[in-house]
Design a protein around this ligand. Structure first.
Ligand SMILES: Nc1nc2c(c(=O)[nH]1)N[C@H]1C(S)=C(S)[C@@H](COP(=O)(O)OP(=O)(O)OC[C@H]3O[C@@H](n4cnc5c(=O)[nH]c(N)nc54)[C@H](O)[C@@H]3O)O[C@H]1N2
Ligand SMILES: Nc1nc2c(c(=O)[nH]1)N[C@H]1C(S)=C(S)[C@@H](COP(=O)(O)OP(=O)(O)OC[C@H]3O[C@@H](n4cnc5c(=O)[nH]c(N)nc54)[C@H](O)[C@@H]3O)O[C@H]1N2
Ligand SMILES: [Mo]
Length: 772
């Protein structure tokens, strides 16, 4: 049955990967990008096949072992069958379990961090919904802080420069790059696959055209990293192929060259920076007898010394912008390249100039490099969380495996709480977390794992209670973010799949059973909430004396363009213009090249100034290749991996890894083969493409292929589909930030011989009726 039979209209809608409209033609869903988008995102084309795919969850399910044996630790999670249960019964069961945990252990025994990107609508944003529900109905939950994206930078940037948002989102714009930049030195690049995505949506993808326009004006782009494709052809970039994980050493080599040749901006370092002399002692080798010169850096980075020295000279006397991708800091000692890039930009004297200086993560997402809206878009208020305990987001397995254990974080010593119930809505830990075999052990320790999902992800398959939720196309919402002018009235395009319900409806029904319905819903239907959230925008527009359409008008038109603030360069520009009147919000009011605060924490893995710290996770004879596990081009993370565009990118049903022909030949691997990637933590299969655009010694496998254990009963099953997180390490960046280090690890690769195991990642789990 076609949804909305007879309906031939196209309905406005939005996703993190773009604004669009969707409608039905000949019984098929058709998705058209927003007409104003100059460079639309093909990821939108995952929707049509995904909407009614077998991977969707049709009805509530409870894990057999949990249903029969009750809550409790169980190694059978992810190995068990499921029993379909009616909505009323499952909500009764879950409400009773929430009550039990709260009464026996308190709200501090519930982990509700629920990290994940959910979907773009600001009301049905699942993570906001689950937080609001736990706050209003249980009194709170153990939360997580920071993100998998920027775990290290979110903690280090405020110590050394200023707020994360001011250094990433409100800094150098693409408009400035087009008009002013002469050299853009991009560590980790600015891959167009990544700027296709912005949290809350994006109406115009401008990055490709911006890089092209800058280049045509004469701007030079230089890419440092292991993959040539990290800058687009339009940038005409020079590729400095460097060993991943060594950027700090490369930047030290660059700054050493500047200082040795007297090319550094002494005035800026003296007037606007704190602690240059201490750092200079380290740089020049006066402190430890090792000069961090170009030759030293060459030995670590694999970039010839002459190339490093020549590169340093090219950065001087021009409007130079230094950019570091998020990826650099999603690695051991990830704080260091973020800090050292600020020092490089300071030594060049370019911080705060239009199109120059340092923009952390420009080009990693479509919401960086844009203007900021003058009026904010809707977001669901989350209420008050009365539980104090939190974890840095990527410490989830550590927490579940080590209740009560102490850990260091940003100058504090904290203890892991004792978690009995984990509630997840809008995220996929079997996508985002590292060392998945360890994560499975961690999830085996809790009493109850609850998951709301639209698809049978591995997380859903490891849950005790699985509640099917609607996909964004199946409900009304408002899309928007702080750096895109377009607010979208997201109309409903399709009927809910099977018995799926909105997260909001599910939480409202649970709140009803817990006697907290009024606090959670405030008496509003979903439509009432949209109207309510929209009214804030309308009021703010009216207060500015701007046209302020009412909700009906907004809804009928399908979109609203919000006013934006001037492109003023933010905190860094103001600081540069007058460092005394506009100090940076750091302890010294200056750029902290040395941080007394960080030095005072006494962390060997994050000393008081940027330092080259060799990674413990280095290649050896058994695991000679460096794995780069980066973001996928054909989807957002694991979302709709079963959609058409994502599936078209697979080879022999598997995710595609890329490696250099020389590394392949040494292993008897040919283009198109299936390979086995393995290390001490686990193993997965992938199909392989050979290309000289990958640095020798590196193998690249993107994230997002759904975890697909060949034999789930094993402790370390082979993932037959190509999820790199069976290989990555579950350790924090350092004692400072404890961020995710999933981008890099070491592996060995061999040709896979024998019969190819089938892909079962998208199959629903075995369901048995209660009576069987
Ligand atoms: N090895 C390695 N690992 C990484 C990274 C890496 O570079 N390397 N990158 C990390 C980064 S930067 C990030 S941000 C994370 C991303 O990790 P996640 O954000 O967890 O990944 P997603 O696949 O976006 O997960 C969102 C989930 O929400 C579900 N969903 C969508 N809409 C709804 C809804 O309305 N309701 C509910 N209940 N669910 C919904 C989707 O089906 C999907 O399963 O991954 C991290 N993991
Ligand atoms: N299509 C698509 N776009 C996305 C996402 C997605 O899932 N799909 N995810 C979004 C999210 S949540 C985020 S946080 C951003 C992530 O933004 P990033 O973390 O920056 O993205 P990645 O693709 O993981 O990494 C960018 C590139 O860095 C390079 N690299 C890896 N390690 C190193 C290193 O040590 N040094 C250097 N110099 N280069 C290195 C890799 O070659 C890689 O291609 O992307 C966003 N954009
Ligand atoms: Mo991210």
């Amino acid at each position: 049955m076609a949804d909305f039979p007879g309906d031939t209209a196209f309905h406005p809608h939005s996703a993190h990967w773009g604004a669009f409209s969707a409608g039905w033609q000949d019984g098929k869903l058709v998705v058209k990008p927003h007409p104003a988008d100059p460079d639309p995102n093909l990821v939108l084309q995952n929707f049509p096949d995904a909407l009614r795919h077998k991977a969707r969850i049709a009805r509530p399910m409870v894990r057999r072992g949990w249903l029969e044996g009750g809550p409790g630790p169980d190694r059978n999670r992810g190995r068990d069958s499921f029993v379909p249960v009616g909505w009323d019964e499952v909500l009764d069961l879950l409400a009773a379990e929430l009550k039990r945990v709260k009464e026996a252990h308190g709200a501090g025994a519930v982990f509700g961090g629920s990290y994940g990107w959910s979907s773009a609508g600001r009301f049905h944003h699942a993570q906001s919904q689950v937080h609001r529900f736990l706050n209003t109905s249980l009194g709170g939950y153990v939360r997580s802080v920071n993100s998998y994206s920027a775990g290290a930078s979110a903690v280090i940037l405020p110590h050394i420069l200023g707020p994360f948002e001011a250094m990433s989102r409100r800094n150098v714009t693409w408009e400035q790059v087009v008009a002013h930049s002469e050299v853009v030195l991009a560590f980790g690049g600015m891959a167009l696959k990544n700027t296709m995505v912005a949290s809350g949506g994006v109406s115009r993808h401008v990055e490709r055209a911006s890089m092209q326009a800058a280049r045509e004006r004469g701007c030079e782009f230089i890419l440092v990293g292991p993959l040539r494709a990290d800058l687009p052809e339009e940038a005409g970039a020079e590729w400095v192929s460097a060993i991943p994980g060594t950027d700090t050493a490369l930047m030290l080599g660059l700054v050493h060259t500047l200082v040795s040749e007297g090319l550094h901006d002494r005035g800026f370092l003296e007037d606007c920076c704190e602690g240059w002399p201490v750092f200079e002692d380290y740089l020049m080798g006066r402190a430890d007898g090792v000069a961090k010169d170009a030759a030293w850096a060459a030995g670590i980075t694999g970039v010839p010394a002459e190339q490093i020295a020549a590169l340093a000279r090219r950065l001087v006397g021009k409007r130079t912008l230094v950019v570091t991708a998020h990826s650099l800091q999603r690695a051991e000692h990830g704080e260091q390249p973020v800090w050292m890039a600020a020092v490089l930009a300071a030594a060049l004297g370019q911080l705060g100039l239009p199109g120059g200086g340092y923009n952390y993560a420009l080009g990693a997402l479509a919401h960086y490099g844009k203007r900021t809206n003058a009026v904010s878009c809707a977001s669901l208020p989350q209420g008050r969380n009365r539980v104090q305990a939190f974890i840095p987001v990527a410490r989830i397995s550590d927490m579940l495996l080590n209740p009560g254990a102490a850990f260091a974080y940003n100058g504090q010593t904290l203890a892991y709480p004792d978690i009995r119930l984990v509630y997840w809505a809008g995220g996929n830990p079997f996508h985002h977390h590292q060392d998945l075999n360890r994560l499975r052990e961690a999830f085996a320790r809790v009493d109850t794992l609850v998951v709301h999902e639209l698809g049978w992800t591995a997380t859903a398959k490891h849950a005790d209670i699985v509640l099917p939720c609607t996909m964004t196309l199946e409900r009304e919402d408002i899309g928007g973010g702080p750096n895109d002018p377009l607010m979208v009235a997201m109309h409903r395009v399709a009927e809910p799949f099977g018995e799926a319900r909105d997260d909001y409806t599910i939480f409202a029904a649970l709140a009803e059973r817990l006697g907290t319905a009024e606090a959670f819903t405030e008496g509003r239907s979903a439509r009432d909430w949209l109207r309510h959230l929209y009214s804030h925008t309308q009021t703010a527009l009216a207060a500015m004396g701007l046209p302020a359409p009412d909700f009906e008008e907004f809804w009928a038109k399908g979109e609203l363009s919000l006013p934006q603030l001037p492109d003023d360069g933010g905190v860094l520009r103001a600081f540069r213009a007058d460092p005394v009147a506009n100090p940076l919000p750091t302890p010294s009011g200056k750029v902290e090249i040395f941080s007394a605060t960080i030095a005072g924490f006494g962390y060997a893995d994050c000393p008081g100034h940027p330092t080259w710290l060799a990674p413990a996770d280095a290649p050896d004879a058994a695991h000679p290749l460096r794995l780069v596990a980066n973001q996928p081009a054909t989807r957002l993370h694991s979302q709709l991996d079963f959609g058409g565009h994502s599936m078209d990118s697979k080879l022999r049903g598997r995710e595609v890894a890329r490696m250099h022909p020389v590394d392949a030949a040494a292993r008897g691997v040919a283009d198109g083969d299936v390979i086995r990637l393995f290390n001490a933590r686990g193993a997965c299969l992938a199909a392989v493409r050979l290309t000289e655009d990958v640095r020798q010694g590196v193998v690249q496998l993107p994230t997002g292929a759904w975890y697909d254990p060949q034999d789930p009963a094993e402790d370390k099953p082979l993932c037959v589909h190509g999820n790199p997180n069976v290989l990555t390490r579950d350790v924090g960046t350092s004692s400072l930030a404890q961020g995710c280090t999933g981008q890099l690890t070491v592996v060995q690769v061999e040709r896979f011989e024998g019969n190819l195991p089938p892909i079962q990642a998208f199959d629903p789990p075995v369901a048995r009726m209660a009576a069987e």
